[in-house]
Design a protein around this ligand. Structure first.
Ligand code: PHE
Length: 340
């Protein structure tokens, strides 16, 4: 009888587990706990139990009844809760789901970043990273940017209480990479966030993204820089894209250039628009990193390199004809859906 009770309990709990409908749950109650149910008929068997065992069997009987009763009321409560919730929401919880409804897609900035990385990977560039909370050394000093340079002023740059800062450009990753690299050549691409104390308007954000590239080897020429950038922009913007270099100044490159691309728009005169900064790595940068490295691998007379950097938001706006940079941070699904 004891083992019969045990298997009845197991059988009951298993049967209950799969039930979801009210009528089936009520039928279960009648079958197990009803006047003519399994438990009642087993209780009737108590009469024939050996008096010495009566106590034990009685306790078991109570335990099984208790377990089934409890499982049943938990089931009934769950069913009632689901019905209440559905009534409130006006839902039919038995309907199948709708796959694909409200499915998201990659943000246009992510798409353009991935595209840029893919293009430079073809040329052997690999991803590199650096911290966004950066030292003034990595963001400015090692990049040959003097203490009194306006970009370092607290009105332009966010400083932390401990003197660190939020990097104002991804060029800091050049220094991070050069300080730790073990051999040449170095070919890195580093996309990431940058921060400036700019008033937010149609063309400025205070938190934005840049893509940085750096190539350092025995002998790197301006022709390598030009070839790389022409390849990059033709791949990204179309094979007909014209690229122009305008002399410029950056503390960490010499010579330095700004790069314009020519945009052809239907019914309008083609325009040159500025898209990136670039140049040959200034020997002062190699000197600075050689000092912290304490070796000769990057001695300014033994190596040369080029670097370029550009704003990811600006690139995305040009690529997609987006007129206001704020669209890129508002996450309006009507805007984002156009890039799905
Ligand atoms: N860091 C520069 C900027 O933020 C861009 C740049 C990168 C220029 C690399 C030259 C070389 O404007």
């Amino acid at each position: 009888m004891l083992s019969q009770l045990d298997s009845l309990k197991a059988q009951a709990l298993q049967a209950l587990y799969t039930l979801t409908e009210e009528a089936a749950i009520e039928a279960f109650r009648v079958e197990y706990l009803g006047k003519k149910g399994h438990l009642t008929s087993l209780s009737a068997g108590m009469r024939d139990v050996d008096p010495a065992l009566k106590r034990e069997v009685g306790a078991k009987l109570n335990e099984v009844r208790e377990a089934i009763t409890q499982a049943l009321s938990a089931k009934q409560e769950a069913l009632q809760a689901a019905k209440d919730a559905a009534a409130v929401a006006g839902l039919d919880i038995t309907l199948p789901g709708r796959p694909g409804a409200g499915q998201g897609s990659l943000h246009p900035l992510t798409q353009v970043r991935d595209q840029a990385v893919r293009i430079l990977r073809k040329l052997g560039f690999v991803l590199a990273e650096g911290p966004e909370v950066e030292t003034a050394w990595h963001c400015f000093d090692a990049l040959n940017t003097p203490e009194d340079h306006p970009a370092r002023h607290p009105s332009d740059t966010f400083y932390m209480p401990d003197g660190k800062l939020l990097r104002t450009h991804t060029s800091s990753v050049q220094i991070r990479t050069l300080e730790s690299v073990k051999s040449l050549p170095v070919r890195i691409i580093s996309p990431g966030a940058a921060y400036r104390r700019d008033e937010i308007d149609a063309t400025h954000l205070s938190v934005f993204n840049q893509i940085e590239a750096l190539y350092v080897a025995d002998e790197v020429s301006l022709a390598d820089l030009k070839g790389t950038l022409e390849f990059f922009f033709k791949e990204l913007l179309g094979s007909g894209t014209a690229v122009r270099f305008r002399p410029h100044f950056f503390p960490f490159t010499e010579p330095s250039f700004e790069i314009d691309v020519k945009l052809e728009a239907k019914g309008r005169e083609a325009r040159w628009i500025e898209i990136a900064g670039c140049g040959m790595v200034d020997p002062a940068v190699f000197e600075a990193v050689s000092r912290t490295r304490g070796d000769e691998l990057l001695h300014p007379e033994r190596v040369s390199g080029f670097a370029f950097g550009m704003g990811l938001e600006r690139l995305t706006m040009i690529l997609h004809g987006i007129g206001d940079i704020r669209h890129l941070i508002e996450n309006d699904s009507r805007f984002l859906a156009q890039f799905a």
